[in-house]
Design a protein around this ligand. Sequence first.
Ligand SMILES: [Zn+2]
Length: 449
Amino acid sequence: MTTTAPTPSPASGPVRTRLFWTWDHCTEWALNRPGAQTIGASNPYFRSRDSFVADYTRLLKWCGQHGIDGVVVWGLLRDVHGGIDAARQLCDVARECGVRLLAGAGINAYGGVYYQGNSPYSLAAHLEKHPDLYAVDPNGAKLRNLPTMHQVACPSRPENQDFAVTSLRWLFEQLPTLGGVQIESGDTGMCQCRLCRDRRQFPAGVLSWEDMAMLYPMTVKAIRAVAPDAWIACETYSHPEPYAGPAERPPGFGDGKPVWADACLAKFPDDILVQWVADFHGPPRNDHPWTDAAKVNASPRHTHLMRAHFGTHWMGNIRGELALDWIAAMVQRGIASGCTATSLFGEVSPFNPSAELNYLALANLGSAANPTADINVFRRDVAAPLLGGVEPATAFAEFARRCRQPARIPDALTEIRRRMAGLDAAAARRWTCLAAWLASFAEDAAPAK
Ligand SMILES: [Zn+2]
């Protein structure tokens, strides 16, 4: 029995593990520096090496102080922000803070282990050197005209499997204090070569459960040979609700679990985090129901993690938006489904009070201090002291939601001004930030002059 699953403390509530999840190019915790972006995957990086280290140093320290256990960094290894040396520096910071730094690592997609640069462990470099190993469409053409950093490799080719295994082993040899990885098998289209089509029994659209079941065991085994205590999160791109879509359309990102998924999950290695997606099965979208049928494997083999894109521009959300009740719904329903881990994007600085409250909610909801993930308990114990009291904390959440109702923003601004005089400096700063943020939505909705 390894010790790679997150170990609950005796005082744990039903949620025992909390992660932040980030792209390097959208992470901005060191303020007033150029180059941060507001959305994207596989973007180029426009900040400096100093900013990269400063962003994640601040982020890791905050996590250590506020009960977030780990931080996933996609784009961890790029020449432009210091490659292995900068990553090693951040591994040391994470260790000092008692937080796990996890590398985002694509298998056959998302850049591989060395995200961008002159490295034999860059997937783009590997495929450019061996163009016969690209994933292809049913006509044999290279899968898609994707950006250089998002080339897709054929998962069936042993050369690509060896590349993934070797790359991950190299990663942990280079970064012996790295806390773990989040690995993904790709969700931007699956290879349709003869080898892949003959291997799969079930349809593959943008993702393939069968490919996950083939690739995760071999890659996890390689990691554990070097780093037996690494945390390893394996992405499913799916929700545990049974998939109810049309038979001719295989499930896509965030859809439910098809009937063949359980047999694939049974092949996932022991003691990993299995990562699920909540965006389409709860508020604010509510595209599909989240019912009692959405049970994850209750065996001790896996830790199940539920996450959503709240507080980002993904999925029709808004970057930096307050999402307390949505996070509470995800955590409550996740607990009922059998999840003991949660995750949110952590790219926005907690100088933004809505981001700060979202992060503090992730830390509090489902903890020993709030085992039922009751938003009222969070408001009373965590938000109220930061915002001037329980009633102000309730009002703050109501006003923050008006970014989606620009006509109601002027009234909120009047009310916020009325409240300011009685607040202490820290609370007043949070309310000032909310007022300025809301005013920007009113300005944006106003007719051009
Ligand atoms: Zn293939």
